[in-house]
Write a protein that binds this ligand. Sequence first.
Ligand code: HEC
Length: 144
Amino acid sequence: MKSPKRPTLRTGVVLFAAAMTAAFSGFASANEKTAAANTGPDDAGQVAFNTHCRNCHSVKPDDNRLGPTLHNIFGAPAGQAKDFANYSGSLTSEITWDEATLDKFISDPKSIASNTTMTPFAGIQDAEQRKLIIDYLKAQRKES
Ligand code: HEC
């Protein structure tokens, strides 16, 4: 025997869920528009970083992920992120991260750290993308 109230309740839940979905997708698309509007040429570095690096790296202080934090990395000695346990051991403080070393490392990590743990990362062949990312890391340093 079915209770007559049940279908009504279920219908109510379905309608509520549908309304929430509609409300949420409206919200999401409004958000997307804002994000798109904010993506000008100045954000190209951020986009490039997000595309190639953010899976493993953050630029926030002490925020180690699969890779060490890149907070203030520009101008800093290599291999010094506090509490990062996944260094290969090849990145020592004898290396300073500047335009030249970063460019080399990002194009081919093994050229600087032959046993690097920065994998799977194939390296970026496009010099323009590398420059955008390096400029982004430089700007992060200025802001903090
Ligand atoms: C698959 C994860 C992964 C990706 C993607 C990745 N990295 Fe890394 N990164 C690592 C790991 C792991 C290390 C430590 C490498 C080592 O010790 O050899 C590292 C180290 C570094 C270092 C040295 C940090 C230090 O403390 O000396 C820099 C700089 C760096 N990555 C920049 C980048 C940039 C820029 C990108 C994007 C173009 C990128 N990485 C993409 C995982 C990643």
